[in-house]
Design a protein around this ligand. Structure first.
Ligand code: SF4
Length: 396
């Protein structure tokens, strides 16, 4: 691996003034570990397949999303901001580009995330072009629609991206407004995000746009599943996340959604995105909980046994799995433990779940709802791979 120009930037905690994009980027901790910029290994030897980069600016993002560690509202130093549960160490773009020439064998894609800052519209293209000089890895861009003019989507493609991610995050206009819009004095508008999905599909093609949605912001299963179907009807697919309370964000005290609820939405998402079923065929009870997946029971059992619905849903890489007569692209963007702690309740499996994992998932899918207090929560654990006293999500 060529490491020319490896000026070592501070790991994250020291001066960040003027260390901004496009000259600097943040890397997810997993990406920093994979590029050899940070020591450690993942719980259960998970391997990262998509290098997640984040544009960075003094003052962070100008938006105020209640659940996000990058929110301009959050009172913390720039270097202490987190995004999706993990720290994002700062490195020079030169250093990252050098370490991608050639890329580590397991890396199949790079994703560059914007934040809501005007400069980011140009900077995301600059960083993409820099990566393209060093490698031919496919590039995704996770864009911030509020400040992205519609004509930019074609330019993102010209700069080297083949996929676009749009983080709608909330399943309903009311929740969106409460946590991202007027409710927090933020700039985002539900309609703008969905118009941008349509524009992005027009520029990148059906199936090449991923709508990010977070389960656990107060929606019902039915609301989330209908929004997943809305994305599919528009030609996009859904990349699903489980809410995780970020330190110092306004929703720091909120609990993660019940695991059974998350599993059911994962299964419905998979059926919808793979066009095995539609939300219109699914059944729900009066509380909005799904009671029927609109899919033949025996085949549904095979879908669950495949483990595919429970793996991280994200932009694809090289792995394709055959299921029935379909070819299912497995997400290269597997973000190990980005929205859960490592342990028995892995929300998005960053690897192929084994038989024991699937047995747990089956129990979770059908578990009765927990009392609101969480009391009496059944303890479901694996008999192997126990986390012991592992404090973080990697071991040094
Ligand atoms: S799924 Fe991953 S690679 Fe694709 S846009 Fe989202 S964060 Fe980026």
């Amino acid at each position: 691996m060529s490491h020319a120009g490896t000026e070592t930037a501070p790991d994250s905690a020291t001066a960040t003034a003027e260390r901004e994009s496009p000259e600097y980027v943040r890397l997810s901790t997993a990406a920093a570990m994979t590029l050899g910029l940070k020591p450690g290994r993942f719980y259960r030897n998970a391997r990262l397949h998509c290098l997640n980069l984040l544009l960075t600016y003094e003052g962070g993002c100008i938006a105020k999303c209640a659940y996000c560690g990058l929110s301009g509202e959050r009172a913390c130093a720039e270097a202490d901001r987190s995004f999706g549960r993990v720290d994002w160490p700062l490195h020079s773009t030169d250093e990252v580009v050098a370490r991608l020439d050639p890329p580590p064998a397991e890396i199949e894609r790079v994703c560059i995330s914007m934040v809501t800052r005007k400069r980011a519209v140009e900077d995301v293209k600059t960083v993409a072009r820099r990566i393209r000089e060093a490698s031919d890895l496919p590039i995704s861009m996770l864009v911030a629609p509020t400040l992205v003019p519609h004509e930019e989507y074609g330019k993102f493609r010209a700069a080297g991206a083949d996929r676009i991610g749009i983080a709608v995050d909330a399943a309903t206009p009311g929740i969106f407004d409460r946590y991202r819009g007027a409710g927090v004095g933020g700039p985002h508008k539900w309609e703008r995000y969905w118009e941008s999905v349509v524009t992005a599909v027009g520029a990148f093609g059906e199936g090449h746009v991923g709508v990010h949605l977070i389960v656990g912001l107060g929606e019902t299963e039915r609301e989330m599943i209908e929004t997943i179907q809305r994305a599919r009807d528009l030609g996009a697919v859904t990349h699903l996340f489980s809410f995780f309370p970020e330190k110092s964000s306004s929703l720091e005290g909120r609990a993660q959604p019940e695991i059974g609820r998350y599993r059911r939405v994962q299964l419905a998402r998979f059926l919808i995105d793979e066009k095995f079923a539609s939300a219109r065929q699914m059944a729900f009870d009066e509380s909005g909980r799904i009671t029927g997946f609109g899919f033949d029971d025996a085949r549904l059992d095979e879908v669950v046994a495949s483990g595919l619905p429970f793996r991280t849903s994200g932009c694809p890489g090289k792995t394709v799995v055959r299921l029935f007569t379909s070819e299912v692209e497995v997400g290269s963007c597997n973000r190990p433990y980005a929205n859960c702690l490592p342990g028995s309740e892995i929300r998005n499996f960053p690897f192929e779940p084994d038989k024991e994992d699937i047995a747990l998932v089956r129990a979770e899918l059908t578990a009765a709802p927990l009392p609101a207090s969480g009391e009496g929560r059944p303890r479901r654990t694996r008999t192997s791979h126990g986390i012991g006293n592992l404090a973080g999500w990697w071991e040094v």
